[in-house]
Design a protein around this ligand. Structure first.
Ligand SMILES: NC(=O)c1ccc[n+]([C@@H]2O[C@H](COP(=O)([O-])OP(=O)(O)OC[C@H]3O[C@@H](n4cnc5c(N)ncnc54)[C@H](O)[C@@H]3O)[C@@H](O)[C@H]2O)c1
Ligand SMILES: [Zn+2]
Ligand SMILES: [Zn+2]
Length: 378
């Protein structure tokens, strides 16, 4: 490739400061170093975790940064020591690496790769290293990925190779939200056939959780959202009931318990709100209910009466739906290609990288499911 080994100047959306629109800038992307892969991003979608960093947690040391972690692209060049990838490979960046060597990667019970937490500084949600500069300043790589950019550089342990026939403008959704929600139901909650489930929050993560509950054979799936416009979409993915907590005087946990006699077998929180996390646990059945926290926040503690757990409920959390990325993402791409998994139905808007601020606004006001931004031509 003509660009291999050289600095690439390209377009990226730089978040200079918290709570401000991101700015389309020309950035410099250094060549990949040892074990790194430089990727041309073809399509990226916007996830609530991008908004959380920009508009909610607003950690000042986490800027300037290039957001974006749900994407698909094509390998442009590779650094020394890379054997798994070649220029031209179609790939999905992983915000959670799979090094295959640490004790977590070797344990089938978890996807918590040790390298992920040494590569990413959690307090600022950025890679320890960055290959980006802009206007003479070093720019952070959000979640070690930074996909709101025409090119990015990622360690090979955080890249999944996918079917070359996969449409990148669709399978980009598997880089975060859809795997997260689907896996939370199937891998973490381990939803059983014939069960009753409740999913709180019907963004792409929650809708994918609904889809996972359905795939696992749940007979009743109660979708819960404060936005009534989400009801129809939830039914597309398999919800049997829709409840808007704002339509009820009683706490939502009481509403769900009355609807199901004893509470649901499985509940999944896909909002990122500690009060909702508590409601989700309280909505699950005494004796056997399992509640999974999927929504993200690190700004508040959660509270619960011990009795709610002592009486036999289980409270769990799920990162990236429990999938080990290099193994799980290509399998989910195959499921989509085999028409066993919906993806197109999550895409409510298509835009270009230049319109990223419009996409952020849509999500801020709960007016979209997923906006896919086309970034570079294939
Ligand atoms: N655990 C993980 O690995 C992981 C991965 C991706 C995203 N997340 C998190 O999952 C959450 C959802 O992400 P998303 O991209 O689907 O977001 P989104 O903004 O598209 O959807 C959130 C939904 O929650 C609804 N909501 C808000 N308050 C509510 C309430 N009180 N009760 C019920 N519903 C309510 C909104 O109307 C919206 O439909 C975020 O917190 C995100 O950071 C976690
Ligand atoms: Zn995400
Ligand atoms: Zn590992």
């Amino acid at each position: 490739m003509a660009t291999a080994g050289k600095v690439i100047r390209c377009k990226a959306a730089v978040a200079w400061e918290p709570n401000k629109p991101v700015v389309i800038e020309e950035i410099e992307v250094a060549p990949p170093q040892a074990n790194e892969v430089r990727i041309k991003i073809v399509a990226t979608s916007v996830c609530h975790s991008d908004l959380y960093h920009l508009l909610e947690s607003m950690h000042k040391d986490g800027f300037p940064t290039v957001l974006g972690h749900e994407a698909a692209g094509i390998v442009e060049s590779v650094g020394p020591g890379v054997t798994e990838f070649q220029p031209g490979d179609k790939v999905i960046p992983l915000f959670l690496s799979q090094c295959r060597e640490c004790c977590f990667c070797k344990n089938p019970k978890t996807n918590q790769c040790e390298a992920a937490w040494t590569r990413i500084r959690q307090e600022v949600m950025a890679g320890v290293e960055s290959r980006f500069t802009c206007r003479g300043k070093r720019v952070l790589q959000f979640m070690g990925t930074s996909t709101f950019s025409e090119y990015t550089v990622i360690n090979q342990i955080a890249v999944a190779k996918i079917d070359p026939a996969a449409p990148l403008e669709k399978v980009c959704l598997l880089g975060c939200g859809v795997c997260t929600g689907y896996g939370a139901a199937v891998n973490t909650a381990k939803v059983e056939p014939g069960s009753t489930c409740a999913v709180f929050g019907l963004g792409a993560v929650g809708l994918a959780a609904v889809m996972g509950c359905k795939a696992a054979g749940a007979k009743r799936i109660i979708a819960v959202d404060t936005n009534p416009e989400k009801s129809e979409k939830a039914k597309v993915f398999g919800a049997t009931d829709f409840v808007n907590p704002k339509d009820h005087e009683k706490p939502i946990s009481q509403v769900l318990t009355e609807m199901t006699n004893v509470g649901v077998d499985y509940s999944l929180e896909c909002v990122g709100n500690v009060a909702v996390m508590r409601s989700a646990l309280e909505s699950s059945a005494r004796g056997w209910g399992v509640s999974v926290i999927v929504g993200w926040t690190d700004m508040h503690d959660i509270a619960i009466r011990p009795g709610h757990l002592i009486s036999g409920r289980t409270w769990k959390g799920s990162l990236f739906g429990g999938f080990k990325g290099k193994d799980g993402v290509p399998q989910m791409v195959k499921a989509y290609m085999d028409k066993k998994l919906m993806l197109d139905e999550f895409i409510s808007h298509n835009m270009t990288l230049d319109q990223v601020n419009d996409a952020i606004e849509l999500m801020k006001h709960s007016k979209c499911i997923r906006t896919v931004l086309s970034v570079s031509p294939q």
